[in-house]
Design a protein around this ligand. Structure first.
Ligand code: ADP
Ligand code: MG
Ligand code: MG
Length: 886
């Protein structure tokens, strides 16, 4: 027979899947001999059965009754005993903590009969009737959805007429009878007078609360699966509302905000747990308990020290004191800020409780990421103008500008405000302190690009009405003009008027070499844990960088080379004209002339880049995007040509450009003439780039440097494409005196390349997974189209837990990665394999890449420390860390 119910003493903390976090930890505390009221847990499998069928599984309540008998024996009271009734708390609690999202019902077991018994036993009739009132309200709301106002209204009325000491027992008894009438009117039947019936209904309604709207929304946000179900904890009630020597509280074993040692918490004398949440009276700081009840305080701090040693981590607890006797109602490893996570992990190493390996696993790349951004000093911040989506963390203040040109022209910090951004806004995004858009979510262009650059971004602030022509935006009736200062918080999404003071991140200053590691406890902790990550990780970390400035920054942040230099960025700006010449060239001589003009510019870029990364590998990708991306947009040209023609002049070059744009128009440029295909059909284009690389490297060699360029061919799908390009590249390399050996490899970003990686490796010195395109092409997603149109719905409906562009789809795209690594290395055991998509900086994806046996990840410079940390954690998780305890 299936078993669903476990006494606290039978469980332990390893069984949270079955018992839920709360139940498993109550079991653990019971085992430790701590004062936990007796009880039992109904496992999550009973909830899953209930949710699947709509009714409790057969035999469940018979089993509950058996366990209830044992609780009755331990407490020495029976449920429903008219003279001395046992009361029960029925508490939800799933595998993962979902604070306040599901239901808990207290004081189960009170009826018109037992209420008198409770009054007699406690000698406090007022307390007994007050408890009954609480039960009817909680039970009515939770089990039958009676709106809280129905009861609150009466309660408020009574409190208004009661004396200074609050309502007396008789008044509360009358209130209970009013509550029962409300219950009857709204629910359609009497409040149940059978304690067993109350218990059964309470258990079922806790099951059902798993699927409440707020619980579902919370799970989606926290990426908690929808099919786990909740456990139900049934335990004896203890009473914090039995007078001044009773009370209830919550506490942390260290400061959850800063991580610093000490006892933190709140205590509310003469109260039951829900009063703390309701904020009916003000709590006192926990140290006050030392004065009110020194014995309980000592016992509590002793228990907290025990728990911390036992769990080897920060714990939080909920406790109740009933007439001077302390009871523990809950504990768990406590939530904490990112800063506290680092500080606590390092402290616990010093205290000998955990190893450095464990400490590393206690902090995450996402937390380090948060700590690298500046933050607003919120004391005295004004009311926000509006709130959008916090898309790229950080705090930025600056004058409002509405276009890229104004952003680049301005001196002093600016906030670029756009309805949405596109690739043409890039210079403005680079120049701005922050980006604010009215449209788009966390995967919009603005969000993705800003995160990649470490630029603060708030997007989707849909209350903004932007009018660039008038140079203003409005939020409701508030008008903000170009040049006015606003502040945006990329973590919370808040947009403030004026300049909110910003505090630079000490962690970022340390990582940039501006602060000593001992500057403060947080910086010291980051220094230590990141150092350990570097010591244990197998996975190298490179950066994606196109300029020498980015390369220097990346190197300072710990990058061991460049994994992706996008040469197309070198064709933008003032050089567009040269590219236009190339595209318009008719005949081989004109093409050669245009390429010859580009050569010295490329060479100079590469020389600088190789100097910045001297001694480290620099992977240079040959031009990738379709050439028409370098031409003006069709509608712009059409308009320009039409204007010129209307005024009777010859459109000249514009006319030629327009013809070229029309000629090159592609229905689906992502799948068109780009990458290696371009190199194969535009004679001399790749050769020019290869020559620029070789000549730059040769120059560096002559200058005494140690250049290590690598040439990478994009969008290869077949080994023959690569073979042709490689042969041509090697011919060029051979003609450049002093050039070092230059490995030639390929992106693996087309599914066919992954599937034929064994063949491709015959021609490639290295692979680099382009996981952005590989994701697009594996899913048949055009990123620009899908993110805006239906990703929201997919996330909403649980088809994705996270966008596959944010975190690698390991089940699908990841399989192609594994396959290609295995086949590539089978052909060429010394093959170097890396990844250069955005996933290279995503902590979860980094863990996957480590496991897949890659040699390195390459990510934007700002994410290098995050990737280092994630790679260290991955090594520990794979069992290849050290167990060094210091
Ligand atoms: P949540 O998960 O929302 O914190 P809990 O199940 O912890 O819900 O219950 C909320 C509050 O109910 C607790 O903080 C505690 O004060 C009170 N409570 C829970 N169990 C008992 C009990 N056995 N006796 C008295 N009060 C209890
Ligand atoms: Mg709780
Ligand atoms: Mg690509």
């Amino acid at each position: 027979m299936t078993r669903y119910v476990y006494d606290f003493i039978e469980g332990d903390r390893s069984r949270a899947d079955l018992l839920g976090g709360k139940g498993a930890n109550l079991a653990e505390m019971t085992r430790l001999g701590l004062p936990v009221p007796p009880g039992f847990t109904v496992g999550t499998d009973a909830c899953r059965a209930y949710l699947a069928t709509g009714s409790p599984p057969a035999g469940l309540f018979a089993e509950v009754d058996t366990h209830l008998r044992r609780v009755e024996e331990q407490v020495g009271r029976r449920l429903g005993d008219p003279h001395d009734p046992l009361l029960l708390a029925v508490r939800s609690g799933g595998r993962y903590s979902m604070p306040g999202m599901m239901e808990t019902i207290l004081d189960i077991g009170l009826t018109d009969v037992t209420v008198a018994g409770l009054a007699a036993r406690t000698g406090d009739a007022r307390f007994a009737w007050d408890s009954y009132r609480r039960l009817i309200q909680m039970f009515g709301r939770t089990v039958h959805g009676v709106p809280a106002e129905e009861f609150d209204h009466e309660w408020a009325a009574l409190r208004a007429t009661a004396g200074p000491d609050g309502p007396d027992a008789a008044q509360l008894r009358d209130l209970v009878s009013t509550y029962q009438k409300i219950f009857l009117r709204v629910v359609g039947h009497e409040f149940p007078q059978s304690p067993q019936e109350q218990l059964r209904q309470a258990v079922c309604s806790v099951f059902a609360s798993w699927n409440s709207a707020r619980a579902r929304i919370y799970r989606r946000r926290e990426h908690i699966p929808d099919d786990l179900g909740t456990a139900v904890n049934v335990m004896a009630m203890v009473f914090g509302n039995l007078g001044p020597d009773s009370g209830t509280g919550v506490a942390f074993t260290r400061d959850p905000a800063t991580g610093l040692p000490g006892v933190y918490g709140d205590y509310l004398p003469d109260a039951q747990g829900e009063d703390v949440v309701a904020g009916i009276r003000n709590t006192v700081a926990l140290p006050e308990l030392a004065r009110l009840d020194p014995a309980s305080f000592r016992q509590l701090t002793g228990i907290m020290a025990t728990l911390e040693r036992h769990y080897r981590d920060l714990c939080d607890v909920e406790f109740t004191i009933e007439r001077g006797r302390l009871w523990m109602l809950q504990t768990r490893v406590g939530k904490r800020t990112a800063a506290a996570a680092f500080v606590i992990a390092a402290q616990l190493v010093d205290e000998g409780l955990i190893t450095l390996d464990e400490a590393l696993c206690r902090v995450s790349g996402a937390q380090l990421d948060q700590l690298m951004f500046p933050a607003f000093d919120l004391a005295g911040a004004p009311t926000p103008l509006t709130v959008g989506v916090g898309a790229s963390p950080g705090a930025a203040a600056g004058r409002v500008v509405f276009d890229s040109a104004a952003a680049t022209a301005a001196d002093g910090p600016v906030i670029l405000v756009r309805r949405e951004t596109n690739p043409d806004d890039l210079p403005g995004m680079i120049a701005a302190a922050g980006v604010l858009t009215a449209r788009g979510g966390k995967t919009s262009h603005a969000a993705v690009v800003a995160r990649g650059m470490g630029r603060t971004c708030v997007c989707g602030a849909d209350a903004l009405v932007i009018d660039p022509q008038r140079g203003e935006f409005t939020v409701g009736d508030r008008v903000v003009r170009a040049g006015e200062v606003i502040s945006i918080d990329g973590t919370t999404g808040r947009v403030y008027p004026g300049a909110v003071p910003v505090q630079p991140s000490p962690v970022a200053r340390y990582l940039a070499g501006e602060l000593a590691p001992q500057a403060d406890p947080l910086v010291a902790a980051v220094h230590r844990l990141l150092g350990h990550a570097d010591a244990v990780r197998r996975l190298g970390v490179r950066a994606n960088a196109d300029t020498a400035a980015d390369a220097r920054r990346a190197r300072a942040l710990g990058a061991a080379g460049i994994g992706l230099c996008r040469t197309e960025h070198m064709f933008l700006g003032g050089r567009r004209e040269l590219v236009e010449r190339l595209i318009l060239a008719d005949g081989p001589d004109a093409v050669a002339g245009a390429l010859a003009a580009l050569l010295p510019l490329q060479r100079a870029d590469f020389t600088e880049l190789l100097a910045a990364m001297d001694g480290l590998p620099v992977t240079i990708r040959l031009i990738d995007p379709p050439l028409h991306e370098f031409l003006p947009p069709l509608h712009e040209l059409t308009a320009r040509v039409a204007r010129t023609e209307a005024s009777g002049r010859d459109p000249g070059r514009d006319g030629e450009l327009l013809a070229a744009v029309r000629r090159m128009h592609e229905a689906n440029p992502m799948l068109g003439l780009r990458g290696v295909r371009l190199g194969l059909v535009v004679p001399g284009l790749f050769a020019m780039q290869v020559r620029a690389v070789a000549e730059a490297a040769a120059q560096r060699v002559r200058d005494g440097g140690d250049p290590r360029p690598e040439i990478m061919v994009p969008l290869v799908g077949d080994v023959r494409e690569l073979a042709v390009v490689r042969a041509e590249a090697e011919r060029v390399l051979a003609t450049v005196p002093d050039a070092p050996a230059v490995p030639i490899g390929t992106m693996i970003e087309v599914p066919r390349a992954a599937l034929t990686a064994g063949q491709i490796a015959t021609q490639a010195h290295f692979f680099s997974f382009g996981t952005n395109d590989l994701t697009q092409l594996t899913w048949a997603f055009s990123r620009d189209d899908v993110e805006g149109s239906f990703f929201g719905a997919y996330l909403e409906r649980g088809i994705f837990e996270v966008s596959p562009f944010e975190s690698l789809d390991t089940a699908g795209v990841g399989q192609l990665v594994r396959l290609a690594v295995a086949q590539g290395r089978a052909t060429r055991p010394e093959l170097t394999v890396g990844v250069c998509g955005e996933h290279g900086g995503d902590p979860d994806s980094v863990a996957f890449f480590a496991d897949a046996g890659l040699d390195y990840v390459s990510c934007s410079p700002y994410r290098v420390p995050v990737a280092r940390l994630a790679a260290g954690r991955a090594a520990v998780a794979a069992g290849t860390g050290t167990s060094d305890s210091r």
